[in-house]
Design a binder for this molecule. Structure first.
Ligand code: ADP
Ligand code: MG
Length: 725
């Protein structure tokens, strides 16, 4: 079948809607479905002896370790529950540095005499040893020390994943080397939550809370994605190999009508979303929001926030569900940051706050001056942290995919800044000025702990989509995270740097007040003022896309790390190493391994993409153009033979483009052979030479696409991919 015949067949299929929508059993009520596949606290309570449950609950809520005897009982009860739900295997699920989810399955069953018996011990529940020597670890685990252990994360509930032919009990775990080094993304996340709790307790104590309970980071990730018909997808090697298009002329209709955002969700897509929700509900994932996004074919899903660790595990599962369910509906879910040039890319807004059951959300301004003062203290800690660590914040969201998005006039710019909203920005301005007599005379100052804040409206119309880090009423929203990212990295970074800022504030306040609560307000006034004077430059409430901002940011001394190779050295910069060490979250070696791995990933991505560009260019696009040139030439000789001149210039245009395109591919190939030196130099080569060469080849191919007769063109067009559903 020639390329175009395949395209036509796919389109015919879509037009006649031969896809069958798996329909849900409407009698399944959400309240009955929710959490049925989760070994939740409720289930444990009804199944475990009282004392063991109490012990377990205490460990989950306040940290610590479960004793061996209790683990044995929990394991046995978990096994019985899993078997009753049809599970035959169990798996320690872990989160390697790739950002993906990994699992190794083992059967519950072992032969005993002539029978098969199911067993599951406390030891197996607590610790596993996957043969994981081939997981990328950035040099942390040489083969002679290849052993790695998975360790049960008691704070994230076990769950059952239903497969078509059977089910598996999944146990969330942390993955560490035998030396105790973190080989994964969960270990630092758990460590960072401990750090945040430790420091937050000190501030709460100063504010008179006797036993505030565990203070947890909370997270609510909004996930953007594209849905593409799978028949067209399979005609695009760039999509199924790299997750994004490497060629493709701009469609006649992109997103300029701005009619997609929050528009009516097409039936086929809605059917898909509902099944995604059902699957998520069974796993106790509290999905809440679904809607169309800005680009055609783009959508978003968001859950209700949870403690950061659980939110992370649920986010990983959500990405899996989004992709799995799509296949059932004849669709493909693209999670890449920039699948299509010229229309918006996809991000993952990570909403972050901290709080606990007793004290509530600590980033909620509150009603009394006392609550306000506490809120301002935590909010100021965030401002200080983001200013000091702006570089590594950019580095932690760096990838080849996200580079296409950050700063491309749609997503937040690569410059980190904080948007506070007009009201809160005024409040901080007033605190900053409270020391200066002139402004005090204007009556524009605010006495922390005495004055009440104006009620901050959460849904003020002044949302700023251009800001990479925005205060949205009672939480901060980190918008620069890429759609394909694990949220663990951004989360443990935020926890760590904010814990460190809280520690700085606690140190200072404890020293100044010497335990006298009457000193708190004045100490706070002075300290917050100092911090805001030093770090207020990070606050920016205007258009982050404008060129003026880049200039202004530079004069403020803010970093503008546009690409991954420019940002990555921040991962092991002195300030980063120190903050991770102070908060006991990652050692220098552990940070180095992460930096190395991100370089590798960046280089491999660009290498793969460029190889595929050559392949598609030479074996699909070039031949299509050549056939068309022959056709044009033939037509011209026929018409000339009949005495008609038909020199309209098309043949010349196509021929010239064709030659230039072939040349650009040769140049690209040359650049591909020039990788030398250390990872940083290699990454710079990819950015400075390879990506521009890819750009050039692409531009020529896209011009060809606009000229070559459609019945020769092998690749489904942007129009077909984005609009047909
Ligand atoms: P937007 O208006 O930006 O789309 P939403 O109001 O839909 O945002 O909420 C975005 C996300 O923020 C949701 O996942 C929500 O649960 C989460 N969120 C709300 N409160 C908190 C909090 N205290 N901590 C973390 N995330 C939160
Ligand atoms: Mg948002």
């Amino acid at each position: 079948m020639s390329g175009n015949a395949a395209r036509r067949k796919a389109i015919e299929g879509i037009a006649s809607q031969t896809w069958t929508t798996p329909s849900l059993d409407k009698s399944d009520k959400i309240e009955d479905l929710y959490g049925i596949n989760v070994f939740s606290l409720d289930k444990m309570e009804s199944r475990l002896p009282k004392d063991i449950f109490k012990n377990l609950k205490n460990v989950i809520e306040n940290g610590g370790k479960l004793n061996d005897e209790a683990a044995e009982v929990v394991a046995s009860s978990m096994k019985d529950w899993a078997l009753a739900h049809g599970a035959t295997h169990y798996a320690h699920v872990f989160y390697p540095l790739t950002g993906l989810t990994a699992e190794k399955h083992d059967s519950f069953y072992e032969p005993s005499g002539s029978r098969m018996l199911a067993s599951f011990s406390g030891k197996t529940l607590i610790q596993g040893e996957p043969d994981a020597s081939s997981f990328p670890n950035g040099g942390l685990r040489a083969t002679f020390e290849a052993r790695g252990y998975t360790v049960w994360d008691i704070t994230s509930p076990a769950f059952i994943v239903e497969g078509i032919n059977g089910s598996t009990l999944c146990i969330p775990t942390a993955f560490v080397s035998w030396k105790g080094e973190a080989l994964d993304k969960k270990t630092p996340l758990l460590r960072s939550m401990q750090a945040l709790n430790r420091q937050a307790q000190r501030i709460l104590k100063l504010f008179g809370h006797e036993s505030p309970g565990f203070i947890a980071a909370t997270a609510g990730p909004e996930q953007e994605y594209f849905l593409i018909d799978s028949r067209l997808y399979h005609l695009r090697p760039d999509l199924y190999t790299c997750g994004r298009t490497l060629y493709g002329a701009r469609p006649a209709r992109g997103q300029e009508f701005e009619d997609q955002y929050f528009g009516t969700i097409p039936d086929r897509v809605l059917a898909y979303m509902m099944e995604v929700e059902r699957e998520a509900f069974k796993l106790g994932i509290p999905l809440k929001t679904r809607h169309n996004e800005v680009a055609p074919g783009q959508y978003e899903v968001a859950p209700i926030f949870e403690t950061a660790n659980v939110a992370h595990d649920h986010q990983q599962l959500t990405m899996t569900i989004l992709q799995k369910v799509a296949r059932k509906h004849g669709l493909v879910c693209l999670l890449a940051e920039k699948p299509f040039a010229g229309v918006n890319g996809s991000g993952k807004h990570v909403n972050w706050s901290l709080g606990g059951a007793k004290v509530g959300n600590l980033l909620d301004p509150g009603e009394t001056p006392h609550d306000n003062a506490q809120f301002l203290t935590f909010a100021t800690a965030v401002i200080r942290a983001v200013d000091i660590h702006q570089g590594v914040l950019r580095a932690f969201v760096a990838s080849a995919g996200n580079d296409h998005r950050l700063g491309a006039n749609e997503a937040p710019p690569a410059i980190l800044s904080i948007y506070l909203g007009e009201q809160l920005a005024r409040v901080f301005e007033q605190i900053k000025e409270s020391g200066s007599a002139t402004s005090a005379q204007k009556g524009g100052t605010l006495q922390v702990g005495v004055d009440t804040l104006p009620t901050l409206s959460k849904d003020a119309g002044d949302r700023n989509r251009t800001s990479p880090f925005a205060f949205t009423g009672n939480k901060f929203e980190f918008r620069a995270v890429g759609s394909a990212f694990s949220i663990a990295g951004p989360l443990f970074l935020l926890n760590t740097i904010i814990a460190d800022s809280i520690e700085f504030i606690a140190n200072s306040l404890e020293t100044v007040t010497k335990g006298d609560p009457k000193q708190l307000n004045s100490a706070l006034q002075k300290l917050l003022q100092e911090i805001l004077t030093e770090h207020g430059r990070i606050i920016f409430d205007e258009n982050g896309y404008s060129e003026e901002w880049a200039i202004e940011a530079k004069s403020r001394g803010l970093k503008n790390l546009k690409t991954t190779p420019e940002a990555l050295p921040e991962v092991t910069a002195k300030t980063t190493v120190e903050v991770f060490k102070r908060q006991s979250v990652l050692t220098e070696r552990e940070l180095e391994s992460r930096e190395e791995l991100t370089y590798e990933c960046y280089i491999n991505t660009v290498r793969t993409e460029s190889k595929l560009m050559l392949e598609i260019g030479r074996t699909q696009i070039y031949p299509a153009a050549l056939r068309y040139i022959n056709e044009l030439a033939l037509a011209r000789s026929h018409t000339a033979a009949n005495g008609i001149t038909s020199n309209d210039g098309v043949l010349e245009k196509v021929s010239t483009l064709q030659k230039d395109f072939a040349k650009s591919l040769d140049e690209l190939e040359e650049q591909r052979e020039k990788f030398t030196g250390n990872p940083h130099t290699k990454a710079l080569h990819a950015k400075n030479n390879l990506l521009p060469a890819m750009q050039k080849a692409r531009a020529l191919a896209d011009s060809l696409e606009e000229l070559v007769a459609d019945d020769h063109w092998p690749l489904p067009s942007y129009q077909e991919l984005l609009i047909l559903r």
